[in-house]
Design a binder for this molecule. Structure first.
Ligand SMILES: N[C@@H](CCC(=O)N[C@@H](CS)C(=O)NCC(=O)O)C(=O)O
Length: 228
């Protein structure tokens, strides 16, 4: 790769998943802080990178790229073993879970965090049903026979995406009242295993996520910027 990769990020935002993948792959990258407090993701300059006004964006030698899952999959094409090889059953399963994370789990979390964007009004009444859906989704994942990446020591593309989402579920949108990772021993073990990895420790330090960012998360205390 010629031009440096530039990650437009805010602490503990969806950019965290991309930062994890970048760090696991030991790819050099620069970060550009998006000022969430000033709605920097809606600025004209940011909208030129991502017209959806959402974090993250990764600038690559081919231009800016948005959507967390797409970015992680693109990174997995550049280097390393975050995805199984093409045309294998394991690849099929990993792709399936990547898309599920992007179009099922992540949107459900977004409904909990941003209910007003889905209802056009205050919207907090949406939270209990979305929380119920999130739990049902995680029941499905935890029982799956096609997600070996949950149980392995090696990092994976879906693992980079899931870890932060387990954290956000516990921390944001009132998750402390209804979300208990211990409900799913397999997911809890995944979270504990993942947060012991050197890449996770480095990313947690960079974004102020504390020592157990996925299994028992504490609020983010970043060295720069703000999570919300
Ligand atoms: N589908 C998008 C969702 C990204 C997303 O929800 N980003 C949040 C931060 S975690 C954001 O930018 N929120 C600000 C807003 O909604 O204005 C992706 O996967 O990249």
């Amino acid at each position: 790769m010629t031009a440096p990769l530039r990650l437009h990020y805010a602490p503990d935002n969806a950019s965290l998943c991309v930062r994890l993948a970048l760090t696991e792959l030991a790819l050099p990258y620069e970060t550009v802080l998006v000022d969430r407090a000033a709605q920097g993701q809606k600025s004209a300059a940011f909208l030129r990178l991502n017209p959806n006004g959402l974090i993250p964006v990764l600038e690559t030698p081919h231009g800016p790229m948005f959507e967390t899952a797409a970015i992680i999959l693109w990174l997995a094409e550049q280097k390393g073993n975050l995805m199984p090889p093409p045309n294998t059953p394991k690849r099929q399963n990993a792709l399936q879970w990547m898309i599920w994370l992007a179009n099922t789990l992540h949107p459900t979390l977004r409904m909990i965090f941003y209910p007003d964007q889905y209802t056009g009004c205050d919207g907090t009444a949406l939270r209990p049903s979305a929380a119920g859906r999130l739990i049902a989704h995680l029941d499905v994942l935890a029982a799956s026979q096609t997600a070996p990446w949950l149980d392995h020591d090696a990092p994976s593309a879906p693992g980079c995406y899931l870890g932060p989402m387990l954290r956000w579920a516990a921390l944001y949108g009132g998750g402390n009242t209804w979300f208990d990772l211990q409900r799913w021993p397999r997911l809890h073990a995944f979270a504990q295993r993942t947060e012991q990895r050197a890449a996770t420790i480095a990313v947690a330090r960079a974004e102020g996520l504390g020592p157990t960012p996925f299994s028992a998360p504490s609020p983010c205390d970043p060295p720069e910027g703000s999570a919300l």
